[in-house]
Ligand binder design. Sequence first.
Ligand SMILES: Nc1ncnc2c1ncn2[C@@H]1O[C@H](COP(=O)(O)OP(=O)(O)OP(=O)(O)O)[C@@H](O)[C@H]1O
Ligand SMILES: CC(=O)N[C@H]1[C@@H]2OC[C@@H](O2)[C@@H](O)[C@@H]1O[C@H](C)C(=O)O
Length: 382
Amino acid sequence: MLRTIGLMSGTSLDGVDAAWIETDGEMIGRVGPTLTLPYAPALRRDLRRLLDLAEGLEPGDAFLAECVARLTERHAEAVQRLREQVWEQMREETDLLGFHGQTILHRPPPARPGGNAAGAEARVPGRTWQVGDAMALSRRTGLSVAYDFRSADVAAGGQGAPLVPVVHAALARSLPKPLAVLNLGGVGNVTWIGADGALLAFDTGPANGPLDDWARKSAGRDYDKDGRLALAGQADGAVLARLMAHPYLAAPPPKSLDRLDFDRALKEAGAGELSPEDGAATLVAFSAVCVAAAARHFPDPPLHWLVCGGGRRNPAMMRALAGVLEGPVRPVEVAGWNGDALEAQAFGVLAARVARRLPLTFPGTTGAPYPLPGGRLLGPLL
Ligand SMILES: Nc1ncnc2c1ncn2[C@@H]1O[C@H](COP(=O)(O)OP(=O)(O)OP(=O)(O)O)[C@@H](O)[C@H]1O
Ligand SMILES: CC(=O)N[C@H]1[C@@H]2OC[C@@H](O2)[C@@H](O)[C@@H]1O[C@H](C)C(=O)O
């Protein structure tokens, strides 16, 4: 088993999640402490700007380089603080870091029924861009670093996301199935696990991303804490109906999203003209409807839903989901998992899979042509 620290900075741009986990990439051993190190407001603002600029950025851009240095430094701080906690609580060290980096652009190849692998000659190349300086992080911490988890999959015609499903499956080994694990981050993604262990996973649609943007723009808040805005408003039926016609919902998996993919559709549907409360209620309702649309792609209905990610803390979101999904919808804590640290833990497990050259992606998760290893490794473990 390797002693890993997984590091995830998700599409919400709220900060770095770090988690210590012992794993060989297939089995999970001891689970150690976790922490979240928020980005300073200025870094958060600059990273959000980077998302808007990403399409036209050159790799050598000075603003990009400066953001990368600051975000890598924040990751190094997270590692240092977590190692101290691990030492205090467990007298344990760390062998390997799983460094996801910050996604600033995600343009997967257009998904096709049956997967993107078919007809390689007609393939439209995709692009996914996670920024972060793995070399600097390795030097700064003295540890091996697994990184660049998505590009091998995209190069092989896969979506490059989601990656966490293989870890959901490892965690869910003893749970009743079919089961759906729903992550509500900036974007939503779902993993369906069949009774025989079959995996189907894809991004559902927007989750907290547009809601955070809306809370900031309409009410000057970082996010809609405890769903206060949404719970005080009414979803607008006409706006919702226009949004529900978005082709992403009916498109069969594999499929994945960029954080900004729905921004234009939201604007065109008139979401921006609603009151702060009704706008929030409409965005929440739409996120839930996207999940219900996702469930129509499952081979069998799930017996139950487990929800992780920050969206599970939003009562308006949980209520909207319960209203449109069949079967109980509960936070992953009911299964003994940590819904805040799950993605960070997953990147520890995925780092061990990189080190062992085990597959990260599968035909049922990203549309990879076959179970595909990925990621890169540097540092003493090489
Ligand atoms: N108490 C709360 N009430 C409402 N929303 C909350 C609450 N706590 C967290 N959130 C939401 O969760 C978001 C953070 O979620 P999370 O950390 O899962 O996202 P992420 O990991 O950055 O995204 P992704 O999974 O897309 O990469 C916040 O931006 C906020 O919208
Ligand atoms: C390109 C990218 O960073 N995608 C993220 C994003 O955030 C949620 C959803 O969109 C998911 O597809 C993915 O993250 C998780 C960790 C994954 O790959 O499983």
